[in-house]
Design a protein around this ligand. Structure first.
Ligand code: FES
Length: 135
């Protein structure tokens, strides 16, 4: 039923945990099944340097969240938007038809975390391509 990759990420989920001081955070719930996912990213110089997750869900949801952390780590924030449900599912070798919606949790949580990061007040770093002209 599940691919080897799904079973591996379910049995040995990567990057479980959280960052209290994450640059971006998300809480996603799937009303259809009551599962949820908390997702956290660290961002330095426009790159996601680390990701963590906490998940209550089925094996597919946990595997998708785990894979999402692996796919996103090291990416430029602009490229991270390209990690869609399909990308996550493909990286896991596919999902059973009735479990395909589970990849929504990981992809949606990543998008919300990216939006959270993008809309936070600047920590003093000038955005790329802009000078800090405060004088
Ligand atoms: Fe709810 Fe998989 S069944 S996320």
């Amino acid at each position: 039923m599940y691919s080897e990759q799904v079973l591996d990420h379910f049995r040995h989920p990567r990057n479980v945990g959280y960052f209290e001081d994450a640059e971006g955070a998300a809480q996603i719930g799937d009303p259809s099944c009551g599962d949820y996912l908390f997702f956290f990213i660290r961002v330095r110089d426009q790159h996601i340097t680390a990701a963590r997750f906490l998940c209550r869900g089925c094996p597919a949801a946990i595997a998708c969240a785990s894979m999402t952390t692996e796919l996103v780590t090291g990416r430029h924030v602009d490229d991270a938007w390209e990690i869609t449900e399909e990308v996550i599912e493909d990286a896991l070798g596919g999902l059973p038809e009735e479990k395909r919606h589970c990849s929504n949790l990981g992809a949606a949580a990543l998008r919300v975390a990216l939006m959270d990061w993008a809309t936070r007040p600047s920590d003093g770093e000038a955005p790329d391509g802009q000078e800090d002209n405060d004088g």
